[in-house]
Design a protein around this ligand. Sequence first.
Ligand code: PHE
Length: 495
Amino acid sequence: MARQQWASRTVFILAAVGSAVGLGNVWRFPYLAGKYGGGAFLVPYLIALVAVGIPLLMLEFAVGQKMQQGAIGSYKKLNPSFGSLGIFAIISAFIIVSYYAVVMAWCLLYFLASFGVKWSDDAKGYFYDNVLQITEGIDKLGGINFPIVFSLLLVWISVYFCVWKGTKSVGKVVLYSVPLPVILMALLLIRGVTLPGFLDGWVFYLNPQWSALIDPEVWTAAFTQIFFTLSLAFGTMIAYGSYKNSEDDIAKDTWITALLNSAISLFAGFVVFAVLGYMATQTSTPVEELAASGPGLAFVVFPEALSLMPFAGLFSLLFFLMLLSLGIDSAFSIVEALNAAILDVWQHWKIAQLSLWICVATFVAGIIYTTRAGLYFLDIADHFITNYNGILVAIFQSILVGWVYGAEKLRRYINEVSDWKLGKWWNILIKYFIPVVLATLLATQLSKDLRIPYEGYPGWALGIGWSLVVVPLTVFLLLLFRDWNKIRSRSPQSS
Ligand code: PHE
């Protein structure tokens, strides 16, 4: 059976942009920019984009496109011992999407609650006590919260119908799911700039604080953000690259994907801070006290700001529809990473069948986050997966391509098919710069986590977090050594 392919280059770019542009662009980038030096944050951000993000994205597109396989098969073709790196990547992808979908389930509940702006009296209480019904600590599970489970089920049914026919269905969905949130963002921006106080928000967002640049934390934040926002190291971009034709251009598509993603992040910042500026004026609170990231922004601060404006219900509806449409293509890109990786190894599976099993398994795995202590578990899983698994996979991936397979070999392939030629600098980035930068990030985070228990969670809970890192890492390393030895012990006889 012929391997599936994208219908056109535009569809591929839309799918890649859809994966990259997600909740991270709205609830993380603006916050980081505001907190870490305003306009000055763009300096480390752009350096991280050009020195790490784009070269790695190019690597992943190229690996997928050249090998025409998902993560496991591609790594294996780069070097027969490295197939298990793909297993590490997709286990991590599985964990990410299991909680990413839960956040979308909250968005869906808020979308429905928008009709009556149900949080208008007390946005914080509404989120924590009504929607999550959160327990006082992670050791109290509090049972399953059924509205969230139903909502999660709906999210998974939608995701399933996006991926069930592989690139055919994904290709159709991204025609809508990528432009839609941008249009909604534009509408919210128009609303924002017609409200008093929006400029105060923008001043806070962009006013450069150059002194921030000497703070190492700012640099770590920039590199981590670039990494997550470009969907790197979870097999996603390899899978998407593998559905291209092996003669397609790589360099240009990479730049287009990465620049569109960052442009949408910047744009989202204008929306978020216009609305926060308005809220600051209405409540006489400084903007910096309102700036929040993650669930705090999307489900508490922003809804409260929306409830203060005329036509609150309508704009809340638009906002949560925007989050849903932002999230869905990121979520199904992760399912595609699993799909591609597994289909290439076990070819007897049908796409529709395999997708169904993946969606069911991820739904079931996500049930832990729908308990009344779910937010705590989600916070822990997110912390460990994004700070460790992604970075670890990327380090090994750079070593695999840079040293084992040969950066020069892959560079030559990229140059053969691309109009814009890559210089030798790319090899240097992949072989030296990126592994060193990522290892530094990893070491910084590790020393912090070993000194201070993350968010003060109890040891057993953090133990679960660590096991999400250590178990797949160990599986990968054991299989790597096994295969490495097997191949080495065979080679003297064959020569
Ligand atoms: N890039 C997505 C976001 O910013 C998240 C994501 C991570 C998607 C990893 C796929 C893989 O929200």
